[in-house]
Design a protein around this ligand. Structure first.
Ligand code: IPD
Ligand code: CA
Ligand code: CA
Ligand code: CA
Length: 266
């Protein structure tokens, strides 16, 4: 049987070690490069952090596989066995510009089933953490099951990109949804926005395009708390390819799906 507790103990230890290295970098000059476009940033610290996790995992769990954003892990084409899905720094733009509001995100899957979700807000020293079936915690405090909300009393996590002209959707499609909500927020780290949904700081998080490492850990935490995690068509999330995502408490998920998303071309 897989020893989840052992994996979890190591993962937490490595997250703390990695975060100390990230904080040390604040006093040094970053090497910043761009990836797919001018605003898609990556730093030497994103890369070093991913490498750090890969070395550690390989040394203790040589048969586990790793899917990491920066590409130093394995070429993962299936979720057989144990797969760690890692975003070494989620919110790189915040890391570069603000030195806060970013997180380390690790989701651990066994044969495609989410088992351990860890999201660490490095600067605020807040570890959001779930082992499937054993509850979710913020540091040592148990996070209560998600409460249900109506759209008219809900705050939505939504990036302004999607309600301005963009290449993925007709931006006016989301206007009625935004108007009916109590307000919108955008924090610049998908992992943190997902745990804000989990803890009720916001009520839903929607976006047109994320990669698996952006939401793998958040998915495990949300599901542990009775929330819903789907794409914008209401389908199961694709852990190998990513796509659109929609996280919310059950009632709000139903309301938004039925009244606002049912005939969108997402
Ligand atoms: C990004 C952040 C951001 C989201 C982007 C992601 P990164 O991740 O989560 O909030 O809007 O789509 O790519 O690149 O900072 O790890
Ligand atoms: Ca990135
Ligand atoms: Ca990310
Ligand atoms: Ca990243």
């Amino acid at each position: 049987m897989t020893d989840l507790k052992k994996i979890d103990t190591y993962a937490k230890k490595w997250i703390k070690e990695a975060s100390d290295r990230i904080k040390d970098s604040f006093s040094k000059e970053l090497t910043i490069q761009t990836k797919s476009h001018a605003n898609d940033l990556v730093t030497d610290i994103d890369q070093a952090t991913e490498r750090f996790f890969i070395e550690k995992i390989n040394s203790v769990f040589p048969d586990h596989r790793i899917l990491g954003e920066e590409g130093f892990g394995d070429d993962v084409q299936s979720l057989e066995g144990i797969v760690w899905i890692i975003d070494p720094i989620d919110g790189t733009m915040n890391f570069v510009h603000q030195q806060r509001n970013f997180a380390i995100s690790i989701g651990i899957f066994e044969d495609g089933v989410g088992k351990i979700g860890l999201i660490y807000d490095v600067v605020h020293d807040e570890l959001y953490h779930a082992i499937s079936g054993e509850g979710a915690y913020l540091n040592d405090l148990k996070i209560p099951q998600m409460r249900k909300t109506k759209l008219a009393e809900s705050i939505l996590g939504l990036n302004a990109t999607w309600v301005t002209e963009n290449r993925r959707i007709d931006s006016s499609l989301l206007t009625p949804l935004v108007k009916k909500s109590r307000g919108t927020r955008s924090y610049g780290s998908a992992a943190l926005e997902i745990v804000y949904v989990a803890t009720g700081r916001i009520d839903a998080y929607l976006t047109l395009r994320l990669a698996p490492w952006d939401f793998a850990a958040g998915l495990i935490i949300i599901e542990e708390l009775g929330g819903r995690a789907t794409n914008l068509r209401g389908e199961k999330l694709n852990m190998l390819e990513g796509g659109s995502v929609f996280f919310a408490n059950e009632e709000l998920h139903d309301e938004i799906m039925k009244d606002y998303l049912h005939n969108g071309k997402w």
